[in-house]
Design a protein around this ligand. Structure first.
Ligand code: SF4
Length: 511
C-alpha cells in the first residue's frame, strides 16, 4: 500500500454485484499475537485462514451498505427483505441529521421502505412487492434516486431485481440503484462498502462521453491536464465528523488546492462532478479502495490510499503525499512546520498527564494504528496492544512502520469476551475504542474514550489536539468506571479472563 497505489488493479466487468472481500483482498478475522508475525502471516496467506474456537457475533453487510447510500441527498431506500433485516433501522437516521445540520444542509429524514417478504413470497417470488414499493416511493417522495438493498432471502430465491430495474428504467423520474448486499455472501461487514459503491458506480455515476474518454494513465498529457485542475476529492467516511472534513479541507486548501469532500452526504449532482478531480485521496482504505480503483479505471483519476490523517505523523504523511503529486513539496514542508510547532507546544501539558500511562486501542484497522501511534509517539503513552476488526493488505506497510514489531495485536470483530480477556491481562490505564466496546470496558473498570464520534474532531492537526484533550479528560476522574466495575458483574468466569487468548485461535493448518 502506498502513494497512488499503482499496483492495485480493478476490473469493472459490468457484473451486477462486486466480488466479496474474502476473494478480492484477503482478510484476516482471527488473530492473537505479535504485530510482526501477523504481517508475515497475512503476506503468506495463513492469517486469512485462521478461525476461532469460541466466537460470539458477527455483522451483516446490508446495514453498512444502507448506511452509505442513505446518506445521499433526496434518496429513498427500499429494503427488499423479510422483517428482521430492518430491525436495526427503526429510529435510525440520527447521523444523517447530525451531518446535514453541521454542514448547513436542508434537514431530511431517512426515508426507507420495506418489502416485508413472507413465506408466500419465498415460494412465489418477491418481485411484485418490490415493484409496488418502487412505484410507491416514486409517487409519494419524488426522490432523485431509489436504492434497492437486496437481502439474503431474495438473493437465495433468485429475485431478479436487475431485470426489474431494466423494466422500469426510463419510466420513472428517479434513478434506480440495485445494491447487492446480501448478508450471507460475506462474513466481512466491510464488504457492504463495496456493494454500495458498486451500485452507485453502475447507476449514479455516468461514464464519460466519447470525446472525453480517458486515455491510459501513462499518458503524460492526461496527467498534466488533471494536475492543472487542482481539485482534490477527499473521500469521507461514516465515522468522520464535519469538523474533520473542515480541518482536512483547510490543510489541502493551504497548499493552494481545491478540496471537495465526497461522496457521503452529497447530492447526485455532486457525484456527477467526481470526475473533475485531479486526484482522489482516501482517508480510510477499508472504506473506499473499491470506489477509487474504479474511478481510476473509468476516468483515469489517480488516487492515494495510504494512512488515515490522525495525529501528527500520519497527518503530515497524508499531506506530503498529496503535495508530492502536485509538486508542492516545499509548500507542504512549510505548512507542516508551521502547524506542528504550535501543536507540539499546545500538547505539552497533555503529555505531562499522559506520559507513561498504558493505552489500548480497538476498532477499524487503519484508524486504530494511526490513533495508537499518536498516543505512543507524540504523547509518550505506553501502547500495550491494539484490537482490529479485521486486518488486510492495507495495513501491511503502516502497521509495523508506525507501531513496531513487538506490539500485541488481537483481530476480533464482535468478540467482547475475547477482548475483555486481553484487556484484563494487559491492564491498560486507558482504552480508546469503537462504539459498542466502551460499555463492556467500563465493566472491568478501565477508563475509556470513543475512537470516533460524528460530533467530535479527530482528524488533522486540530483533531490531534482534541484527541489528547479527551484522553486527559477521561483520566481526570475515573470514579464512574470504578463504580460501574464494583457494582456490575461480568458474564465471564475468571478462568476465561486469565486464560491465554491465543488458545482461542485455530491455526490455519488445524482449521
Ligand atoms: S444476514 Fe441476511 S437475513 Fe440476516 S440481516 Fe443480513 S441480509 Fe438479513
Amino acid at each position: 500500500m502506498s502513494k497512488y497505489s499503482e499496483e492495485l488493479t480493478y476490473s469493472f466487468t459490468g457484473q451486477v454485484a462486486p466480488p466479496v472481500r474474502e476473494t478480492r483482498i484477503g482478510v484476516c478475522a482471527a488473530y492473537c499475537g505479535e504485530c510482526s508475525e501477523l504481517i508475515s502471516d497475512v503476506q503468506s496467506g495463513c492469517a486469512q485462514l485462521q478461525e476461532r474456537k469460541f466466537a460470539q457475533s458477527g455483522g451483516c453487510q446490508l446495514g453498512l451498505a444502507v448506511g452509505i447510500v442513505s446518506s445521499l441527498t433526496n434518496v429513498v431506500v427500499i429494503i427488499h427483505s423479510p422483517l428482521g433485516c430492518c430491525s436495526g433501522f427503526v429510529g435510525s437516521g440520527g447521523l444523517r441529521k447530525t451531518m446535514r445540520a453541521s454542514k448547513g444542509k436542508r434537514d431530511e429524514d431517512f426515508v426507507w421502505i420495506h418489502t416485508n417478504l413472507d413465506e408466500m413470497d419465498v415460494v412465489s417470488g418477491g418481485i411484485p412487492k418490490l415493484r409496488d414499493a418502487i412505484l410507491y416511493a416514486e409517487r409519494e417522495y419524488h426522490p432523485d434516486a431509489i436504492v434497492i438493498a437486496n437481502s439474503c432471502v431474495p438473493g437465495i430465491i433468485g429475485d431478479d431485481i436487475d431485470s426489474l430495474v431494466s423494466e422500469l428504467d426510463g419510466r420513472l423520474s428517479a434513478r434506480l440503484v440495485p445494491v447487492h448486499c446480501e448478508g450471507f455472501k460475506s462474513r466481512y461487514v466491510a464488504s457492504g462498502y463495496d456493494s454500495a459503491y458498486h451500485g452507485v458506480l453502475r447507476h449514479l455515476i455516468d461514464p464519460l462521453v466519447k470525446y472525453e474518454k480517458a486515455v491510459p494513465d501513462e499518458n503524460q498529457e492526461l496527467r498534466d491536464r488533471l494536475r492543472y485542475s487542482r481539485v482534490v476529492n477527499i473521500l469521507n467516511v461514516g465515522s468522520n465528523s464535519n469538523g474533520d472534513e473542515v480541518e482536512l479541507s483547510r490543510l489541502v486548501s493551504a497548499l493552494g488546492l481545491e478540496p471537495r469532500v465526497i461522496p457521503l452526504h452529497t447530492s447526485l449532482d455532486d457525484l456527477a462532478r467526481l470526475r473533475e478531480a485531479a486526484l482522489n485521496v482516501s482517508i480510510c482504505a477499508t472504506h473506499d479502495d473499491y470506489l477509487l480503483g474504479h474511478l481510476k479505471e473509468r476516468f483515469g483519476t489517480p488516487y492515494i490510499i495510504d494512512t488515515l490523517p490522525i495525529g501528527i505523523t500520519s497527518t503530515s504523511r497524508w499531506l506530503r503525499l498529496i503535495a508530492e503529486f502536485f509538486h508542492l513539496e516545499a509548500e507542504a514542508e512549510r505548512l507542516i512546520e508551521l502547524e506542528t510547532a504550535d501543536l507540539r507546544e499546545a500538547l505539552k501539558p497533555f503529555r505531562k498527564v499522559l506520559e507513561g500511562k498504558k493505552i489500548f486501542v480497538g476498532g477499524g484497522e487503519t484508524r486504530i494504528i494511526t490513533t495508537a501511534e499518536f498516543f505512543a509517539k507524540e504523547l509518550g503513552m505506553k501502547l500495550v496492544g491494539i484490537k482490529a476488526h479485521n486486518i488486510d493488505r492495507f495495513v501491511e506497510e503502516i502497521g509495523p512502520d508506525l507501531l513496531g514489531d513487538e506490539l500485541h495485536v488481537n483481530v476480533a470483530a464482535g468478540q467482547p469476551a475475547e477482548e475483555l480477556a486481553v484487556l484484563t491481562q494487559l491492564k491498560p490505564d486507558l482504552y480508546c475504542g469503537h462504539s459498542g466496546a466502551n460499555g463492556w470496558v467500563s465493566r472491568i473498570g478501565i477508563p475509556n474514550l470513543p475512537l470516533f464520534g460524528q460530533a467530535l474532531n479527530y482528524m488533522g492537526y486540530g483533531g490531534a489536539y482534541e484527541l489528547a484533550r479527551k484522553a486527559v479528560k477521561a483520566l481526570k476522574n475515573t470514579n464512574f468506571v470504578k463504580n460501574v466495575s464494583n457494582n456490575v458483574s461480568l458474564p465471564l468466569r475468571d478462568s476465561w479472563l486469565e486464560r491465554d487468548t491465543k488458545l482461542n485461535i485455530k491455526e490455519a493448518a488445524a482449521v
